[in-house]
Design a protein around this ligand. Structure first.
Ligand SMILES: *Cc1c(COP(=O)(O)O)cnc(C)c1O
Length: 409
């Protein structure tokens, strides 16, 4: 294993035996460590980490994040609902809206939850329905970054946020409806391992923020990456944190008030605390390609199919043998009826047999949260290994009856 302590002495085979295959396995200690790293990112005193729960909204993880003193972002009323269930209070929830209905705005406003608005027309609508309310706007300062075009959310090619050219109109709308602009937020995209694009985005945002006096907070966004590939090096948090602290101190001094800074990590908190276990169900050769057929379809883990994402894959052989001296390329696939159902192309892996165990690393972010019932397959269970080294179910596997929910049967 990449991290030999991950299973805290438990056997992955025994876990699969007990809870069924495939299975999302989380390590509480690792999740808490990531929460603490982010909480201590900067020395600037007015700082809050909002966990972006779309990465993983398991109720147990939300409760742990809350224990660690984090606040949360929400992208939908459904996320707000789960966050309230986990114990977060309205002032600890930040609703970052995108193309939402009036009902969705009202869902947040009626609870006293701060809303971020990301277009002029929605700001206008917010003003009409909720005049003189506090509000935040999402700003596109022109900087973007991310692991795939699909997740770059700043710059010139994205549906998100309000451009600086529209700020005069923003001010008019704020005035017309007596809205109080209390915050700005930005999220340039998901996944960076080099600090510079993020810092560039922060500098651009702060330059714009200077023209909006009286802000209570500025939210710098998420996107912090972690190494999916062993060859990648970790994001240098000490260096990034020091530079962010300096920017925050400098801004607060020039701005003239101790503005609260927030960040919104999702992946960084949730990815590494989880491995996805599955089972090799078939090994075969088609026209020279060797396939490792598993029970992990893209309904269980969508990232490789959706983004071409890389996850480390390990084979744990049932007979305990280690064939790492005889690696050969396998294309690792799932059990969904589509040829695109591929976890990895030509991955160098040891000789394997049916019933061996497949271990997909760093599956905690955008793993279960993107799982579906496509092909009417059942979404897997989720299990937590707690700090005492004991495993417990934190979400049961779907049942066949779950598939009929919503039908008149
Ligand atoms: C998805 C998202 C995040 C989190 O992104 P990560 O790459 O998981 O850190 C933060 N803010 C907003 C607005 C998002 O949409």
């Amino acid at each position: 294993m990449k991290d030999t302590h991950f299973f805290e002495g438990l056997s992955p085979f025994a876990l699969l035996e007990q809870y069924g295959s495939p299975l999302y396995v989380y390590n509480e200690r690792v999740f808490r460590e990531r929460c603490r790293e982010m909480s201590h990112l900067v020395t600037y005193p007015h700082f809050k980490v909002n966990y972006s729960v779309k990465a993983n909204s398991n109720l147990t993880l939300l409760r742990i994040a809350r224990e660690e003193g984090l606040h949360v972002d929400a992208m939908s009323p459904g996320e707000i609902y789960l966050e309230e269930l986990a114990g977060f209070t309205p002032d600890e929830i930040f609703y970052i809206s995108n193309n939402v209905s009036t009902e969705e705005m009202a869902y947040a406003v009626s609870r006293g939850i701060m809303v971020s608005i990301d277009s002029l027309s929605q700001l206008e609508r917010f003003g009409r329905h909720f005049p003189s309310h506090p509000v935040c706007i999402r700003v596109n300062s022109g900087v973007g970054a991310g692991h795939s075009d699909k997740v770059i959310t700043g710059g010139e090619k994205t549906k998100f946020a309000i451009c600086p050219a529209d700020f005069p109109r923003v001010r008019e709308i704020l005035q017309t409806y007596e809205l109080r602009l209390v915050g700005l937020n930005q999220h340039i995209g998901s996944f960076f391992l080099e600090e510079e694009p993020y810092l560039e985005g922060v500098r651009a945002l702060l330059a714009l923020a200077m023209d909006f006096p009286g802000l209570a907070f500025i939210d710098l966004g998420g996107g912090f990456g972690m190494p999916y590939e062993r060859t990648q090096s970790r994001l240098d948090l000490a260096s990034l944190g020091a530079k962010l602290s300096a920017l925050m101190e400098d801004f607060a001094a020039r701005y003239g008030s101790p503005v609260l800074f927030k960040i919104e990590p999702g992946r960084y908190l949730a990815a590494e605390c989880c491995v996805l276990l599955g089972t090799v169900q078939a090994v075969k050769e088609n026209y020279g390609h060797v396939y490792c057929g598993t029970d992990i379809g893209f309904n269980v883990l969508a990232r490789p199919m959706l983004y071409g994402s890389y996850h480390e894959i390990e084979i744990l052989s049932r007979d305990g043998s280690d064939h790492t001296d005889s690696l050969r390329p396998y294309t690792v696939v799932g059990n969904i009826c589509e040829s695109g159902d591929i976890l990895a192309h030509d991955r160098m892996l040891p000789a394997m047999r049916e019933e061996d165990l497949v271990c997909i690393h760093d599956a905690g972010a955008y793993g279960y949260s993107m799982a579906s019932n496509y092909n009417n397959r059942l979404r897997p269970a989720e299990v937590l290994i707690d700090q005492a080294g004991t495993s417990r179910l934190i979400r049961r596997r779907d049942t066949l009856e779950d598939l009929t929910r919503g039908f008149e049967v």
